[in-house]
Design a protein around this ligand. Sequence first.
Ligand code: CTP
Ligand SMILES: C[C@](O)(CO)[C@H](O)COP(=O)(O)O
Length: 250
Amino acid sequence: MSDRLWLVVPAAGQGRRMGADRPKQYLPLAGRTVLACTLERLYAALPEARLCLCLDPDDAHFDPAWVPFADWRRALGGAERVDSVIAALTAIAPDAADDDLVLVHDVARPCVTVDDLARLVATLADEPVGGLLAAPVADTMKRDDGAGRVAATESREGLWHALTPQGFRFGLLRRALREALSRGVSVTDEASAVEAAGQAPRLIVGRRDNLKITHPEDLALAELVLSAQRQAAQAASSTPEAPPAGANSA
Ligand SMILES: Nc1ccn([C@@H]2O[C@H](COP(=O)(O)OP(=O)(O)OP(=O)(O)O)[C@@H](O)[C@H]2O)c(=O)n1
Ligand SMILES: C[C@](O)(CO)[C@H](O)COP(=O)(O)O
């Protein structure tokens, strides 16, 4: 399988649930913007990847100085996330081979870790179908009755939160997304299109702090997560290595 890697970052959303004065990817986070933080994290893990960034055609906030990748291009986002991803795949098509690996990562997930990204890529290297970072559901699940009361408690057995990145081979992903749309299948992530094509994407356990900034309170949470991750990295780099077992300390 090809070891060429593409990153598709859908960043053409309006952030309606955030309700801010601009799309959430342009809100301040850790002294930068959400978009800059997300691209920085992806670059730290995968500097050799080729990037395609999906931006709204009327975007008035984007600054190319936030893109650390040497090889990058932009695509014009569509009405829904899936339309933006398809536009990105069309933009890379002239240079992408069918078996190149494409990772799709929401711009709204700046807390994905370098370790999770590296593990995802390593796992998908030999995985013909592809897969996604995901976290097992940890809460009791309720179904509502449509009137603000509990209708039932649902089993959480076998339920996972779908995270991003989600990674698939270029040819398979493009065909699956196009087919799903033409059949009217609801496609909220790449895996759902691949599932609709009859394949079973691999679930790769990811950290649950890889949160998607969606509502106003998520921004403060992301700030805390990034700060904790920075502190953990600093502590790890300043801890002297333990001497090998049995070594004479004198
Ligand atoms: N037409 C769209 C819609 C969404 N996205 C991107 O898809 C990711 C996940 O979408 P979501 O969290 O729903 O973002 P928004 O669409 O911006 O939020 P909302 O639904 O609240 O408007 C985000 O990175 C967003 O920028 C996109 O590229 N094109
Ligand atoms: C792709 C995704 O992040 C998986 O959890 C998510 O579905 C995207 O957000 P949306 O609210 O469904 O657009």
